[in-house]
Design a protein around this ligand. Structure first.
Ligand code: VGL
Ligand code: ZN
Length: 201
């Protein structure tokens, strides 16, 4: 069971339609994490602890797209259904939202490269690190998609920023472009000091 203690925050990475089955860059079984993450959102809400959600947020001609020589099909294009959170995810109003990858000529996998947006989508400008520090967060629990890309990058930055970093293994799924990528990412994260934990809801 995840201990929802003071000074801990939940981070939900890129739980968006394009990364779920039916999307343009589907993570196998990506939608399986929705109920697991929903339970964690409930626990962190009840505990009054910060909840941060990140989203991949690309212009239609983003540098990471194959049309521009990048590795990926178009995904999470602003204003499309693929950009939206998974429809079953119920997001509390007190959660903070961050977008990343919005610069046309630069990709950003880590949530720590994102900036905060308000309820109307307006840029607030606060970074994820600012938000976590502002709330006195020392420990982060990472969930979401995809293990081998944005979860990995966000976890590496969390470690670099000095947070005690837990990766919730039943609340993540990977792309595995090369078989074993997700497993290798978890080993790398563990080697660098992240803890691996089951939510055991
Ligand atoms: C992601 C590939 C491209 C991710 C984002 O959220 O893991 N992966 N853009
Ligand atoms: Zn992307």
């Amino acid at each position: 069971m995840i201990p929802v203690t003071d000074h801990s925050a939940l981070i939900v990475v890129d739980l968006q339609n394009d990364f779920c089955p039916g999307g343009s860059l589907p993570v196998p079984q990506g939608n399986d994490v929705v109920p697991v993450i929903q339970a964690l959102i409930g626990a962190f809400s009840a505990g009054g602890q910060p909840i941060a959600l990140t989203r991949d947020h690309h212009p239609a001609d983003h540098i990471s797209f194959q049309s521009r020589g990048g590795p990926w099909p178009p995904h999470c294009v602003v204003g499309t259904h693929g950009f939206d959170y998974h429809p079953d995810l119920v997001v509390p109003s007190r959660a903070a939202h961050f977008i990343k990858g919005f610069t046309r000529d630069r990709d950003a996998y880590s949530g720590f490269e994102g900036i905060r947006i308000g309820p109307g989508g307006e840029m607030i400008g606060e970074t994820l690190a600012d938000y976590l520090h502002h709330h006195g967060v020392e420990t982060v629990y990472l969930t979401g998609l995809a293990t081998d890309y944005c979860v990995r990058a966000t976890a590496l930055d969390a470690l670099r920023e000095g947070f005690t970093t837990w990766v919730v293994v039943d609340a993540i799924r990977g792309v595995d472009v090369k078989s074993g990528d997700s497993q290798r990412a978890l080993l790398e994260l563990a080697e660098k000091g992240a803890g691996l934990i089951e939510s055991a809801r």
